[in-house]
Design a protein around this ligand. Structure first.
Ligand code: ATP
Ligand code: MG
Length: 164
């Protein structure tokens, strides 16, 4: 099931492709979406979640380098699709996504309900203008909206990662 990548570059490429797919389907979702597009990423340390998000952000037209938000839990980027090819631009003229939130819950404390409230995560993921990627999403599994896309990462040794 899923796919096995054999390099970080390949995982980034997969992330990028999935982001472009999300953006392309924007037009269809435009009148039905109730909240953000959420990607819930799970898997052990070094399994490739951040690497995937780096490619994913590229697919959203984000030029900034994506660094792991581990110490501050969350980073917010402006989605800039102007940077995309003219073909993609045409396809995304109904674009409504404006912000990308990269969240990493690795350091989430035990009293996480309060911390999640402080972060404003529920407000963030209920806004249809946002795209949200959450590393260590399993930590708050029961809180995550049903609409989320779950992606599981597994380190198979060396440069191999299984992504489902
Ligand atoms: N096929 C691959 N896919 C992704 N990363 C790979 C692959 N092969 C090697 N790597 C390396 O594995 C590491 C993956 O680290 P990354 O920070 O993406 O993991 P993570 O799942 O976000 O970990 P953490 O839980 O600490 O946030 C990187 O150093 C990357 O270069
Ligand atoms: Mg990470």
């Amino acid at each position: 099931m899923g796919t096995v990548t054999t390099s970080a570059k390949e995982t980034k490429r997969l992330g990028r492709k999935i982001a472009v797919d999300v953006v392309k389907t924007t037009k269809d979702r435009a009148h039905s979406a109730k909240g953000s597009v959420i990607f819930a990423l799970t898997g052990e340390l070094g399994s490739g979640k951040t690497t995937f998000v780096q490619g994913f952000a590229k697919g959203l037209g984000i030029k900034q380098r994506i660094i792991s938000p581990t110490f501050i839990i969350m980073r917010n980027y402006r989605i800039k699709l102007k940077a995309q090819s003219s073909k993609l631009k045409t396809e995304t003229k109904y674009l409504k996504y404006t912000n990308f939130y990269h969240v990493d819950l690795y350091r989430l404390e035990d009293n996480f309900e309060q911390e999640i409230a402080n972060l404003g995560l529920k407000e963030i993921w209920s806004d249809p203008k946002n795209v949200v990627a959450i590393e260590w999403a399993e930590k708050i599994k029961d809180m995550i909206p049903k609409s989320a896309h779950w992606i599981k990462f597994k380190n198979l040794g060396g440069d191999k990662r299984r992504i489902v």
